[in-house]
Design a binder for this molecule. Structure first.
Ligand code: ZN
Length: 388
């Protein structure tokens, strides 16, 4: 069953061999899908005959967004915390600990419904691949449960037992690291592809993070790191040293951090929803791009610091607040996210790629930044099936 989408005003392929510039832009373009794959890309006038046909009527098409960083397995509500922060009031409730308590108390069905809701919400906004993590269980059973729930909704599942040290280990953080690298890892490794650590002052230091990431790597998980979000620290350079797929946040970087990223293959994943929602300083994407670092954009969707599932919103923020051009932001939200997940089958539209496409109600991908907050996603295909 082949389908032709023709009369595409601007097609983003992210393959410079297929079109203009780093985005491989093709004007008056057409795409043919066969089953779950893209099989042909060219101009409308050259398009082959197919079983079915959709006229894009001068709209833009781009690869489905790849959101490589989210925290969707949670219960509870932190509206009051956000509201207090926006009112400039101190708020003493427990932050992540509030979510840990609510998540532990939730049923499997409640957690499953939450992940289903947020992944569906993301899909409606064009996200065809989403990574998500544990990290609000922080016991052997609760972390393994979170990963089992996540795996029902995505293949990109990350073990984040090292999110924070839970209250019951407050006086024994070394004991908690031993748990994470021991019984918790045993229970979680079969359900995850990635291992992650929140390497930050107040969470896990460089030595603890190294122990956790190498233990995960020894069990076949690939490292990724929450690094340098709240202040400078060892996270970014540790990520590069361990050949982590991604160093996420990268808000506070030294020149040595930037050099390390530029010299390795670790992607810098920027999460501007977090800075937006906490009124914090944004990362300097321009500095990373100018150094030759591969940059990804993701939502960091979580109930505390970035409760958005919208990649278009993050694209707009990246352009307005982080010095990225619209082309760079769209690339980071698609091909960049794919690189952060070490995937070559997604994030690009070329023959052989998975047929993950977004049709915008706009003539150009630039409108994602030019028209912020407007629901421009008109249709979405994932693995060749129209899902929106
Ligand atoms: Zn995160």
């Amino acid at each position: 069953m082949t389908t032709l989408i023709s009369n595409i005003a601007t097609l983003v392929t992210n393959d410079p061999s297929l079109g203009r510039g780093p985005l491989g832009l093709v004007e008056d373009a057409a795409v043919v899908i066969d089953g779950d794959r893209v099989v042909w890309i060219g101009t409308t006038s050259q398009a082959p005959a197919t079983d079915s046909h959709l006229d894009a009527e001068g709209r833009a098409v781009l690869p489905g967004f790849v959101d490589s960083h989210s925290h969707l397995v949670f219960a509870g509500d932190r509206t009051a915390e956000f509201n207090a922060r926006m009112e400039g009031r101190a708020y003493s409730a427990g932050g992540i600990r509030t979510t840990v308590a609510a998540t532990r108390a939730a049923t499997d069905a409640e957690l499953d419904a939450a992940v289903a809701r947020y992944t569906a919400e993301a899909l409606r906004q064009g996200t065809t691949t989403i990574e998500t993590k544990s990290g609000y269980g922080l016991t052997v059973a609760d972390e393994a449960r979170a990963l089992r729930v996540a795996a029902r909704h995505t293949d990109e599942v990350t073990f984040l037992g090292a999110h924070i040290v839970p209250d019951e280990y407050a006086d024994d953080p070394a004991g908690y690291v031993a748990l994470v690298t021991g019984a918790m890892l045993d229970a979680c490794a079969p359900h995850a592809r990635w291992v992650d650590v929140f390497c930050e002052r107040g969470a896990f230091d460089g030595d603890q993070a190294r122990a956790i990431l190498t233990a995960g790597r020894d069990r076949g998980l690939v490292p990724r790191v929450h690094a340098n979000q709240l202040g400078p620290g060892p996270g970014v350079q540790l990520a590069v040293e361990l050949d982590a797929a991604s160093a996420d946040h990268c808000t506070h970087l030294t020149d040595a951090d930037v050099d390390a990223l530029a010299g390795g293959r670790t992607v810098a994943t920027l999460l501007p929803g977090a800075e937006f929602s906490t009124r914090s300083r944004y990362p300097d994407a321009r500095r990373l791009l100018d150094a030759g670092v591969t940059v990804a954009l993701s939502t960091d969707c979580n109930p505390g610091s970035s409760f958005t599932s919208s990649m278009p919103f993050c694209v707009a923020l990246a352009v307005r607040e982080m010095g990225m051009t619209p082309d760079e932001a769209v690339h980071a939200a698609t091909a960049g996210g794919a690189a952060a997940l070490r995937r070559t089958d997604i994030g690009r539209l070329r023959p052989g790629a998975r047929a993950d496409l977004v049709l915008l109600d706009a003539p150009s991908h630039v409108h994602l930044a030019y028209r912020p907050g407007v629901p421009l996603v008109r249709a979405v295909w994932r693995a060749g099936a129209r899902v929106v």
